[in-house]
Design a protein around this ligand. Structure first.
Ligand SMILES: C[C@@](CO)(OP(=O)(O)O)[C@H](O)COP(=O)(O)OP(=O)(O)OC[C@H]1O[C@@H](n2ccc(N)nc2=O)[C@H](O)[C@@H]1O
Ligand SMILES: Nc1ncnc2c1ncn2[C@@H]1O[C@H](COP(=O)(O)OP(=O)(O)O)[C@@H](O)[C@H]1O
Length: 274
């Protein structure tokens, strides 16, 4: 059985406070983007090990046991004693990009196992398991535009459609660790309420909507800020870094033909339609 875990972008991201457990409270809107990995599982009868992981496409760091798709399998295996499986993971979503690729693989693995082994888990149960695997992981269960608060795991659905908008995502060859990006942040209350700004026309977002991580990440890596400027020069209505970086996206009016891009041979570029 196969599934296609997609990426997300953050529309606005405000770090509002630091909690006693070291995590940060934030406010953001997660929006799904049609840049997809491919994740396939097959039951392995008479296998010696619980799982075999085959990985293709973009390389990611870490051992098989550290892979979030595997962690998702092991989480449900602990509870439901699943048969051994073979996992094929084709990575298209760059990691360390702020696009939630690893979290998406984990959430889609939970959904895939639920279906494949008929576990009959509800969306709420899947969200609860997903939140054990990463702060933004549960978003990918419903995978619909969501306002997130708390540590990024308290969700309210929002009525927002960017359908038809053209998107360009650029990920330079720079790895920004989410943990390090948080370490340089000074939490504050946002100037404009995110719930309100997100309902305003996209043309107002340039002035009204921002990502607090840009202030901590752009000075360390000016190339990332330059990509945002380039996307505006190319005609983006709104451009921003996604999550804790290092990817930057531009939203362009429906029907836009994007100019040819030259962000350097080291950069990953995705052009698509929302
Ligand atoms: C902050 C966001 C916004 O979208 O960044 P991106 O991952 O998208 O870049 C996400 O919510 C991230 O979610 P996720 O990537 O799952 O975070 P986790 O693995 O749970 O946490 C990585 C590290 O970030 C820090 N962390 C994470 C979330 C949070 N609300 N406060 C934190 O301080 C912690 O130091 C934690 O050890
Ligand atoms: N299936 C996976 N895909 C991508 N990254 C993974 C995966 N499993 C574990 N990781 C690890 O998770 C970290 C963050 O990856 P990812 O979630 O893609 O990025 P981001 O947090 O920037 O959105 C990376 O350090 C990577 O090694």
């Amino acid at each position: 059985m196969i599934t296609f875990p997609n990426a997300k972008i953050n529309l606005g991201l405000y770090i509002t406070g630091k909690r006693p457990d070291g995590y940060h409270n934030l406010e953001t809107v997660f929006y799904p983007v049609p840049l997809e990995d491919a994740l396939e599982i097959r039951t392995l009868p008479n296998a010696d090990s619980k799982f075999l992981l085959y990985q293709y496409g973009i390389q990611i760091n870490g051992t098989a046991g550290e892979n979030l798709a595997v962690k998702a399998y092991l989480l449900l295996d602990k509870l439901f004693h699943l048969p051994p499986i073979e996992i094929h993971l084709y990575k298209h979503i760059p990691s360390g990009a702020g696009m939630g690729g690893g979290s998406s693989d984990a959430a889609f693995m939970l959904k895939l196992l639920n279906k494949h082994f008929q576990l009959d888990l509800s969306e709420n149960q899947l969200e609860t398991y997903a939140s054990e695997l990463g702060a933004d992981c549960a978003f990918f269960i419903k995978n619909a535009p969501t306002l997130a608060k708390g540590i990024g795991n308290q969700f309210s659905p929002i009525n927002l459609s960017l359908q038809g908008y053209v998107i360009r995502v650029v990920k330079p060859n720079i790895f920004v660790s989410t943990r390090d990006a948080f370490a340089h942040i000074c939490p504050r209350t946002p100037q404009h309420a995110l719930e309100e700004v997100i309902n305003l026309p996209v043309s107002t977002w340039k002035k009204m909507l921002s990502n607090d991580f840009e202030e901590s990440v752009f000075p360390l890596h000016p190339e990332i800020g330059e990509i945002k400027e380039t996307l505006y020069k190319q005609g983006a209505i709104y451009a921003s870094m996604s999550g804790s970086g290092s990817s930057v996206y531009g939203l362009f009016a429906p029907g836009t033909t994007l100019p040819t891009s030259d962000f350097g041979s080291d950069s990953f570029v995705f052009d698509g339609k929302l």
